[in-house]
Design a protein around this ligand. Structure first.
Ligand code: SF4
Ligand code: SF4
Length: 401
């Protein structure tokens, strides 16, 4: 099977697939090594760029990224790059020939993909780190937000043990608050905030048992395993991104009727296309070109005031603008509304009111991953973690970062 997958690659002189990979994987070369039957070389090529292929090969939106750019895809199916990457990752070991660790003290707050990537890059350059994580497991939003049916969480345990083995100290159940950050900075040579983007946009609506943010719902189902407290059998999920798909697909496993309500059309939906297809196959309904104007709470249900939307000119981001259609207000009843309409970072821990322009945000304090970039993909967080590590190393050496 893997032989057929790799043989299909043309080993292009200018591999377009690589322009679609946000972390710059040397895709052609690792596939070539696999064609030559040399998985060790393939793994070396893969890990030289991407420290966490077990995450990317399961969570990347490859149809829009690497595979979406493969020349084979112009006249048929693209090379199944993600499957090949997963095979290499599952059948090889991560390189661990590290230099002797120095005495610099580094603290990392958060343990998502950016933090893990940063710590691996630091270790490759002779520095160990202590990770402070408020949950009892690593992974950040991968642990709390991605449902078990989509990602096997035992992979996180394996990564945690590997990171421990090369000297990473984990302090689980440790939420660092604003008032504790100063002391942490004094005790360490560098501190990196990698806290993700977990402040939910609730569009001004107050949340309660029937009106939930998407991340809160996913935490309830994934971590608290509390599907029993869902307030009924009918739900609307508001939004069109991956959090919305995770919410809808999680809910349809527990209740009868789930509708995703999205203000643009299917074509503009930012969610991974495969997730949308899976949601449809599982019975999730979709109401495109609709938006929510008001939410009214009755004694045992919600009433949503919904309007129709229409698309306008396409903007520089390639997405059509969208405006409300006059005279289209209707009311629908539901048991519950899940708002999956975006998240941002809680930056008050760092005393910031808006997202900074650089990773180095003061003295020995850095910020990386979604906390720095806003909510992006796993692979972008991995890349940002690596880049931040290089800036931290430069700072520790006494240079400008
Ligand atoms: S990291 Fe993601 S985008 Fe890049 S090659 Fe791997 S699966 Fe594709
Ligand atoms: S673009 Fe497609 S065919 Fe060409 S090197 Fe990349 S994966 Fe292979």
């Amino acid at each position: 099977m893997i032989t057929e997958l790799t043989a299909y690659c043309l080993s292009c002189p200018k591999p377009k697939c690589e322009t679609g990979c946000p972390c710059g994987n040397h895709i052609r070369d690792y596939i070539k090594a696999m064609k030559d039957g040399d998985i060790e070389k393939a793994a070396a090529v893969l890990y030289s760029v991407n420290p966490l292929p077990e995450l990317t090969s399961r969570l990347c939106d490859c149809d829009r990224q690497c595979q979406g750019h493969c020349v084979r895809g112009m006249r048929g199916e693209p090379v199944q790059i993600q499957q090949i990457e997963r095979y290499i990752s599952d059948h090889s070991k991560r390189p661990v020939g590290f230099p002797v660790a120095g005495d610099k003290k580094i603290a990392v707050i958060g343990s998502g993909p950016a933090a893990l990537s940063l710590v691996y890059e630091l270790r490759q350059n002779g520095c160990t780190a202590t990770i402070y994580e408020k949950e009892e497991q690593i992974g950040g939003a991968i642990y709390t937000g991605i449902p078990d049916y989509r990602f096997d969480k035992t992979i996180l345990e394996k990564i945690r043990e590997e990171w421990k083995a090369f000297g990473t100290e984990f302090r689980f159940g440790s939420e660092i608050r604003e008032e504790e950050l100063g002391a942490l900075c004094e005790e360490n040579d560098a501190v990196i905030l990698a806290v993700g983007a977990s402040v939910e946009n609730t569009a001004g609506f107050e949340t309660n048992d029937r009106i939930l943010g998407g991340l809160s719902l996913l935490y309830k189902l994934n971590i608290e395993k509390d599907a029993g407290s869902l307030p009924g059998k009918h739900a609307y999920v508001w939004g069109g991104g991956n959090v919305a798909m995770d919410c809808a697909r999680s809910l349809i496993r527990h209740i009868d009727d789930v509708t995703v309500l999205y203000r643009r059309s299917l074509k503009e939906m930012p969610a991974n296309g495969r997730e949308i297809e899976e949601a449809m196959a599982e019975g999730v309904k979709f109401a495109y070109l609709h938006n929510i104007k008001e939410v009214r709470q009755e004694s045992d249900h919600l009433v949503l005031t919904v309007c129709e939307m229409e698309l306008g000119e396409t903007g520089s981001d390639g997405r059509a603008s969208v405006t409300e259609k006059a005279g289209t207000l209707t009311e629908v009843e539901t048991d519950m509304l899940v708002m999956a309409i975006g998240q941002k970072t809680d930056l008050h821990i760092a005393g910031l009111s808006e997202r900074p322009a650089a990773h180095h945000i003061g003295n020995n304090l850095f910020i990386c991953g979604d906390a720095f970039t806003g909510p992006k993909t796993v692979v972008k967080a991995i890349r940002d973690g690596k880049e931040t590590a290089q800036e931290v190393l430069k700072y520790l050496e006494g240079g400008d970062s």
